[in-house]
Design a protein around this ligand. Structure first.
Ligand code: GLU
Length: 475
């Protein structure tokens, strides 16, 4: 049974890059009829941001990435919040010391700082100088019983190498001599990420660790802990980084990086899932649009790429437009609710939707494209009513005639169009010219949904009123 997990640290907004990887974890678990677990890794209290955990949970729910075990749903291996599991990590850290695979370190922060400085001066990479590595068990016990502050560090073998087969990258090897004697348990009794992640992945029977490439260099440390404990290591798949269009690491400069922002900007969860799933993974079939169910069916770890993926905002916008187009008006009006004032007439919203659905890129576009339907008065520069080389007088006359013909016309698309075209011919105006003047009179702008459909939705009364209003402006 495949078991994957998303293990976010609540240190800020849910990052879009992490969410891409989460989508892989989710799709793989669902494809294999396995379990997808959510675990909150909140052991670094200094980096925790209040409200972040809630935002992560909210974001996953909004995306529809439901988890089988984790906060809110429970499960056989709970609790799923690391700060509620401290005793377990403490026990395991002590066990590693007993096994001779970890050791107590009593070095003060001041000493560690001096070591770091000296290394920096020599141009060396910062690492622990193993000062406490060979203290005798008796000395350690004596100092511990005097309540001296201590951390527990991993005793990384001095020689040899640690390697693993990554599903994406193939065989990856690290020289043990390059690996720091990592702190596993801090002096306040909190574990570091490296200890907690291994203890929990083991305890929760996670057998596929899918995560971003930035964790690759942590993996040998984790493997050493698995080996020290005699535990079976999980399969690893490190997904490629996501870069901005200039090939630098995706950051605020390239646009929003938080999931919440995309939601608030009017992106649809199904569009984001589709778009993100293709950042670093490619389906067999050469096409772009995949529903979540299709992605589940198609997904395989083998098709995750090694090369970095490029986050292309235009592509995301394209996806979003496609998904907006696919919604039926009823559903789209539901999705629009957070983006329109609550006093908007919902029947009118439904009538307007088909006129602009094809032109919306995000849900936020609805209001700027359609506000003239919902306002009583519209404001515009009267110059917009005058077509090239047309004077105020002839434009007024034309609009008077428009009023006349449409008042008489049946309130149907064909009849209105026929009447207006006939009038243009009679007045010797190009239909485009006349239509533009009418469009501006009705909407206050030059780019709008098709004219006669707009008229029909506005209704006869409002159409007449706006034409009269335009005449007043021109007088
Ligand atoms: N808590 C880590 C994070 O913040 C999890 C890394 C991993 O998946 O092992 O992303």
């Amino acid at each position: 049974m495949v078991r994957t997990r998303f293990a976010p640290s609540p240190t800020g907004e849910p990052h879009i890059g992490n969410i891409r990887t989460t989508i892989f974890e989710y799709l793989f678990a669902r494809h294999e009829n396995g379990k997808f677990i959510l675990r909150i890794e909140d052991t670094d209290k200094s980096r925790e941001v209040p409200g972040s955990k809630e935002k992560i949970i909210e974001g996953l729910k909004w995306l529809g990435l439901e988890w089988d075990e984790g906060p809110g749903v429970g499960g056989p291996f709970g609790p799923y919040i690391q700060s509620e599991r401290l005793e377990l990590y403490q026990k395991m850290a002590v066990k590693l010391v007993e096994l001779g695979k970890a050791y107590y370190c009593f070095c003060s922060p001041k000493r560690l700082e001096e070591v770091r400085k000296a290394q920096a001066e020599k141009g060396e990479a910062p690492r622990y100088d193993q000062h406490c590595r060979d203290l005798s068990p008796e000395e350690c016990q004596a100092r511990l019983s005097k309540k001296e502050m201590a951390v527990i560090r991993l005793k990384v073998p001095e020689k040899g190498e640690t390697s693993f087969d990554d599903i994406v990258r193939g065989k990856v090897t690290f020289q043990n001599s390059e690996i720091d004697d990592q702190v596993l348990l801090k002096s306040d009794g909190y574990p570091t990420y490296h200890l907690a992640v291994v203890v929990d992945d083991h305890a929760m029977e996670v057998n596929y660790v899918i995560r971003g490439e930035e964790w690759l260099s942590s993996t040998p440390k984790h493997i050493l802990i698995y080996q020290a404990m005699g535990w079976k290591t999980p399969y690893y798949a490190h997904a490629p980084l996501i870069l901005g269009s200039d090939r630098s690491k995706l950051s605020k400069r390239h646009g929003a990086t938080s999931l919440t922002e995309y939601r608030d900007k009017g992106y649809l969860p199904e569009a984001l899932i589709n778009f993100l799933a293709l950042l670093g993974w490619s389906p067999k079939e050469n096409r772009d649009l995949f529903t979540k169910e299709e992605l589940i069916k198609e997904f395989s770890l083998e098709r995750i790429q090694k090369n970095p993926a490029i986050f292309d905002m235009d592509k995301l916008n394209w996806f979003n437009g496609q998904y907006i187009r696919k919604l039926d008006p009823e559903e789209l009006s539901k999705r629009l609710q957070p983006f329109i004032p609550s006093d908007y007439d919902s029947e009118l919203v439904k009538k307007v939707i088909p006129l602009v659905q094809d032109r919306m890129v995000t849900l936020k576009d609805f209001i700027p494209l359609t506000d003239f339907f919902f306002k009583y008065e519209i404001d515009y520069d009267k110059k917009l009513l005058l077509q090239k080389d047309r004077k105020g007088g002839e434009t007024r006359e034309a609009l008077e005639r428009v009023l006349e013909v449409i008042k008489k016309s049946a309130w149907k698309h064909e009849d209105l169009e026929k009447a207006c075209r006939g009038l243009a011919e009679e007045l010797k105006w190009k239909p485009g010219e006349l239509f533009m003047t009418i469009r501006v009179a009705l909407t206050g702008r030059t780019a709008t949904p098709p004219l006669f459909e707009t008229m029909l939705v506005l209704g006869k009364e409002m159409t007449v009123e706006r034409l009269e209003e335009a005449l007043v402006k021109l007088s």
